[in-house]
Design a binder for this molecule. Sequence first.
Ligand SMILES: [Zn+2]
Length: 425
Amino acid sequence: MAGAVGTTAWQAWADAVDDEREAHAVRADAVARTLAARAAAVRARDARALAATLAPSAPADLVRRQHELVANLAEVPLSRWDYRPLAYDAFTLPAADGAGDRAAVAVELDYALAGFDEEPMTATQYLTFERATDGRWLLASDQDHGGGDVLLWDLGPVRVVRGRYSLVLGLRDQAALAALGAEADQAVPNVSGVWGGGWGQRTVLIAPQTADQFGTLLGADPAAFTGIAAVCTGELGAADARRTDRITVNPGAWDGLNALGRRVVITHETTHVATRAQTERWTPRWLSEGVADWTGYLGTGRTPAQTTPELGAAVSAAGPNASRLFAALPRDAAFDGGAPGTALQQAYQKSWFACRTVVERYGQPKLVALYAAVAAGGRDGTLAPDAVLDRALRATLGIGTAAFTARWRADALAALATPQARPAG
Ligand SMILES: [Zn+2]
């Protein structure tokens, strides 16, 4: 008898597990269907169909935002918009009185801009679905999890300016976006002139209206970006050759730039886009930022002293000890900001000088070759980043890091030290 009771209990447990497994499969299926219906509604620009995927309990604000999303996307040329569920119990749901069966779903949105994204961009969303009486699982909330990515069209109606090589998506007025596009269209051929045409040769610029929006889009505190006019997503993560990185423009800092500054900034960021596929975790920041600034200032007619004013001031202040400023190439941490005074600017300017040394002594093609050699040198994962650099310098320039550092130091000091003692011109 005891055996039979045990068997029954085990059977009940097994049945319960089966039931739960089946319920989860039914739920996953239903959520996936709703996500597919939502994606189709966005692609069809059909706000009513999008709103029809909402649970009866959905707040009025969520209903309103379905219509806003479709309206905000009206001008955006999409070649892809798909949702992929990642996990069905992805976060803890807040208690809700009278709520039915709910699922906390992590979802990835894959979207692509027509003519610009060969590979889709991905954004993460955290959505709450609720089972309706008819068995469908419908969207009840997108506010139960504080995380997730915010995209430009989540913030307002997107205006679009399409240039020869650029696509500008913005919340700013048409004139501001057109000016950005013109700058981007100039930068692309300039960058290809140095780096060749083996990259996409097109850029996507994102232009929020406010510093807060800029911070929201980056998922960062905008205060950390005061004075930074633009950032490229390619600076932040691992390379994917077929992805067109976004250049996100910080409105206040951008508006404060003169024509030269705007040209340099956009060319700098475009260089990051162009070199993205060859920018690896082990690529020293002085090299990735240095080539971006080198390309940015190319053809502007600025002298080294004009290009590196903060570093020049530091050299003057250091007097006979100025060579100590060039004891070593800037470490990666020097580019994180937060250091006092002009340390960040000096790190960029030292990096520009390092690239200048490569180009002036060995020729511009060697700078491109060095960049590629560093990327290739770390791929088998056997060398530390410093060793990768040393080997790449030897392979392309015939000298190691120590000798290169000495030449960089000598070149920078010759260009910056006691300019009044050097002959004019
Ligand atoms: Zn940069």
